[in-house]
Design a binder for this molecule. Structure first.
Ligand code: FES
Length: 277
């Protein structure tokens, strides 16, 4: 017996927005009846504002699939497509107050149906958009692509094959793909940890900071006759010196935060701080 929250029970027993919109502006279909889960999401979208006026779903799935799909329709109604596109499976899980770990793939299916619906709207199509079509399939039993596995690992910080199965179903059948999933996990975390600023040697840190300075930051500043050089690295604080036209520039502190720190955080580590010498 799964341990469901009250909200999951409520959305399963009294699902909101069940059905199909006539002449929808967007349609997203994911999953397959063969796998045991399928979801069709239809949307009515206001022209011009791109606001979602109505959303309905039909699903062939378990209590969690019904609750997740229903929750999703409630969450997106009234939002613009741009805002709705920021909804992840974690948001659906939070809305429901949690899902059993083995049922997390139901929330992923909701997110994918929304992604497919938005794609269909942008492409002006109302036919089935297959997420991951043409990509490499890792799990043949459930047609799960490498990209889908990587996305689930990254967004939900998954570390084990069992977790990947809970979120994507990959590995939940004949298990022939388990070795490949293990490799994807190992490679992803090796790469992610390599990028961790804290784990770099001093030389690696300097090289990385210099690279971002020369490739991304200084070309922008040089257009105005100035540039920046690296002076020191103290823990997570990067000390820099302004040169050229940047010296004494009244907007240098704004440049430091809005251009330099922002770039370092995006490219290297989101916790980096910068200061000028
Ligand atoms: S190929 Fe993945 S479980 Fe069968």
């Amino acid at each position: 017996m799964w341990n469901y929250t009250e909200k999951v029970y409520e959305y399963f027993r009294n699902p909101r927005n069940v059905g199909e919109i006539e002449n929808p502006d967007a349609v997203g279909e994911v999953g397959s009846i063969i796998c045991g889960d399928a979801l069709k999401l239809t949307l009515k979208v206001e022209k011009g504002t791109e606001k979602i006026l109505d959303a309905k779903f039909k699903t062939f799935g378990c209590a969690s699939a019904i609750a997740s799909s229903s929750a999703l329709t409630e969450m997106i109604k009234g939002k613009t497509l741009a805002d709705a596109s920021k909804i992840t499976n974690q948001h659906i899980v939070e809305f429901l107050g949690g899902l059993p770990s083995e049922k997390m793939h139901c929330s992923v299916m909701g997110m994918e149906a929304l992604e497919a619906a938005i794609k269909s709207y942008k492409g002006g199509k109302q036919e089935k958009v297959i997420i991951g079509a043409g990509e490499r399939i890792v799990c043949k039993c459930f047609s799960v692509t490498e990209a889908k596995i990587l996305k689930a690992i990254k967004e939900n910080k998954l570390h084990t094959v069992e977790e990947v199965t809970n979120f994507t179903k990959a590995g939940g059948g004949c298990r022939q793909c388990v070795g490949e999933i293990e490799k994807i996990l190992k490679d992803y975390w090796a790469e992610a940890e390599h990028k961790s600023f804290e784990k770099m040697t001093v030389v690696e840190k300097i090289k990385m900071l210099e690279k971002v300075l020369s490739e991304d930051i200084n070309p922008k500043l040089k257009a105005d006759g100035g540039w920046i050089e690296l002076v020191d690295v103290r823990g997570k604080t990067v000390v820099l010196r302004f040169l050229g036209m940047c010296v004494g520039c009244p907007s240098s502190s704004a440049t430091l935060k809005n251009v330099v720190e922002k770039e370092f955080r995006e490219r290297i580590d989101p916790t980096l701080e910068v200061e000028a010498q």
